[in-house]
Ligand binder design. Structure first.
Ligand SMILES: NC(=O)c1ccc[n+]([C@@H]2O[C@H](COP(=O)([O-])OP(=O)(O)OC[C@H]3O[C@@H](n4cnc5c(N)ncnc54)[C@H](OP(=O)(O)O)[C@@H]3O)[C@@H](O)[C@H]2O)c1
Length: 305
């Protein structure tokens, strides 16, 4: 029997959040959504919720506002946007004030827990949040779990990051054999439920899930096998060069999205250099089933139609 019955989700209207809400509703938890505004949804859910969800507009800068909304809540799952990761200290303070037992921070990454990226922009804020959570846990105020899930499968197959299915182009990173863990959004939602159902086994640690470990060359081989008539335009780039370019541009004051994407690609797509492929996982504990080559073929066939 899970110790957790009521959960709150912050950032539920984005890309990942709706899948987390659905997974908790499917598992019969009491679900509260904390939102900046009931009209502010950006993701698939667009801020509309099932009638079983209690939606509470809050001020994310106010511990009092958040703590009032968190009264009686057992666990808080944050799926807030990347830009809001550092400000999760306020959410954590509110969770402690309200007596919330478990906090799952917004992170959900590939190499986000590798010590090698701790000092890099993009990742430093995640390390700060984890350290803050560790301090609260040491003081006995709260428990935490960080979920590392690899790249979102829908993002990997939906955009040109690994293969550009729309234009039949691929830029191979370090010749295309870098291994990357990928996991789909519904599976991440179910794994978060699994964390709370395995409350003690997931206490105060990073848990890892991996639906598949893929390489660009593997995906390209599958695509070519399915549609041999398609001619792919291939180019190559070194992840170390992409990372350096991103860091140099950021250092020169360019804080634009393409610059952050270079830092992301230079690390998360660099394979084993930054630990982006999870060979050891908590898949069994959290009920995550791995995709077969046949499953990948079906997904890629859908992208080639
Ligand atoms: N591994 C991967 O491939 C991958 C890919 C994308 C994202 N991620 C990670 O997954 C997490 C969620 O990403 P996402 O794409 O689902 O997020 P998102 O759609 O960009 O944003 C999620 C929600 O956060 C809330 N939000 C936005 N700005 C906020 C702010 N300043 N303060 C508080 N709340 C704010 C909004 O909800 P309300 O308007 O309802 O308040 C928004 O709908 C992030 O940690 C991100 O880094 C991982």
């Amino acid at each position: 029997m899970s110790e957790v019955k009521s959960v709150a989700i912050a950032g539920a209207s984005g890309n990942l959040g709706p899948h987390v809400v659905k997974a908790f509703l499917d598992a019969d938890f009491q679900v509260t959504v904390l939102t900046r505004s009931t009209k502010s949804g950006t993701g698939t859910g667009k801020g509309t919720y099932n009638s079983r969800v209690k939606v509470v507009p809050v001020d994310f800068t106010s511990v009092e506002s958040l703590a009032a909304a968190l009264k009686g809540i057992d666990a808080l799952v944050s799926t807030v946007a990347g830009a809001a990761i550092e400000s999760q200290t306020v959410l954590i303070d509110a969770a402690v004030a309200a007596g919330v037992k478990r906090f799952i921070p917004s992170e959900y990454g590939s190499c986000t827990t590798s010590p090698k990226v701790a000092a890099l922009p993009l990742y430093a804020s995640m390390f700060k949040i984890k350290q803050y959570l560790e301090e609260q846990a040491t003081a006995g105020k709260l428990t935490w779990t960080v979920l590392a899930c690899g790249a979102f499968l829908e993002f990997v197959l939906g955009g040109p990051m690994l293969l550009d299915f729309a234009n039949h182009k691929a830029t191979l990173f370090d010749k295309g054999d870098n291994r990357t863990t990928v996991t789909s959004l519904p599976t991440i939602g179910k794994a978060i439920v699994g964390i709370l159902k395995n409350f003690n086994a997931t206490k105060n640690r990073v848990v890892r899930i991996s639906e598949a470990i893929v390489t660009q060359n593997q995906l390209l081989r599958i695509a070519e096998g399915l549609r041999p008539n398609i001619k792919w335009e291939i180019s190559e780039v070194q992840t170390s060069a992409v990372l350096k370019e991103g860091l140099d541009e950021l250092g020169a004051g360019d804080f634009s999205m393409p610059v952050f994407m270079k830092i992301l690609k230079g690390t998360a797509l660099a394979g084993d250099t930054y630990g982006a492929a999870f060979d050891e996982t908590d898949n069994d504990l959290l009920g995550v089933k791995e995709l077969t080559e046949e499953d990948l073929k079906k997904l890629i066939a859908g992208k080639l139609e």
